[in-house]
Ligand binder design. Sequence first.
Ligand SMILES: [Zn+2]
Length: 246
Amino acid sequence: MAHTTHAIFRDDAYLAEAEAAVVAVNERGGIILDRTIFYATSGGQPGDTGFLTRADGSRIAIAATITGETKNEIIHVPAAGQPLPGPGERLALAIDWPRRHLLMRMHTACHLLTVICPFPITGASVAEDDSRVDFDLPDTGFTKEEVTARLMELVAADHPVFTQLISDDELAANPGLVKSKNVRPPTGNGQIRLVCIGDKGSVDSQPCGGTHVRSTGEVGEIHIGKIEKKGRENRRFRIRFGPSPA
Ligand SMILES: [Zn+2]
């Protein structure tokens, strides 16, 4: 039976530490908790790493976080050779916050890119140093310099980033909110999580379950490293931190 983990990061992406109780350890040694701050790999954003501290002070290193039988079941995958906790055991949770914050900045940068390139998204992958978004886009007059300049305008404007819940019906009435070509947001729970940028979402709103920074200014300096052709109707934009190389 799949468990439902309370995903604290959905309400507060900035929580780097918390406490939780072990619900189960699965047959492959994956640890399921009642609540967690560890984001599970989904939507192109990699899962968190970090450690769980036991009552005696010893640590269980977590190498990956993934979803289980359902999207609501979060599994903490220990590094090789780690001791396993028992059901009911209370643990202190700590994510690798510097890594997560880089992923939050990059993930938010990917949303900004979809504002500048308003085309159907065919894929995305967020990483600490280099992220990519693929668009269904036959030919692009875009140059990386131009896209970088427009990205940095959105960063400099320091727009707020926030989440908002809407109903399945509201999403159905606003199909333009969905930018992914192949991935539909999960409906049927009655509520869809929108990630909004700008006052009342004036810059962008789209369904997303990932973690983001609070304002576009926090993304910091980024640039488009490359625009690659991936097939006749696909363009891959690569985002990197820092200024454009001279
Ligand atoms: Zn997102």
